[in-house]
Design a binder for this molecule. Structure first.
Ligand code: 5GP
Ligand code: ZN
Length: 113
């Protein structure tokens, strides 16, 4: 199995896991771009947002809800934070397993790319 996130999900390689349930896990990004940088990832290998079927789309709402709770737990809810889903080569997606970034703990740039 080559997908790095599938390997973290299966426990083959370690991750600092902050949340897990039957559908989603969350762990800290290995190369944090902000003081808080967490990845929220479906357990099922879904490659990218552009590949999701209508039936699969609700997972994004669940992932956003987990991001909201994690932000509360990390104490950044009131200061604010950003969630990001990169999709495909021009979207800057490097890991081909759907994921949501939760970024916070500093003033984020107003650039959107
Ligand atoms: P993308 O550019 O695909 O949206 O983001 C992929 C993210 O995964 C990057 O922020 C990168 O630092 C993170 N990442 C890549 N490999 C690993 C890993 O082995 N462990 C963890 N925790 N994060 C990783
Ligand atoms: Zn995967």
């Amino acid at each position: 199995m080559s997908c790095i996130f599938c390997q973290i999900i299966s426990g083959e390689i370690p991750g600092e896991i902050l949340h897990q349930d039957d559908e989603v896990i969350a762990f800290r990004d290995i190369n944090p771009r902000a003081p808080i940088h967490i990845l929220i990832v479906p357990r099922k290998h879904l490659a990218a947002l552009s590949d999701l079927t209508e039936e699969e789309l609700p997972i994004l709402g669940k992932m956003a809800g987990i991001a909201k709770k994690l932000a509360e737990g990390e104490g950044i809810s009131e200061r604010g934070y950003r969630i990001v889903v990169n999709c495909g080569p021009e979207g800057g997606q490097l890991v081909p397993h759907l994921h949501m970034h939760l970024l916070g703990g500093r003033q984020l740039s107003d650039e959107m790319g």
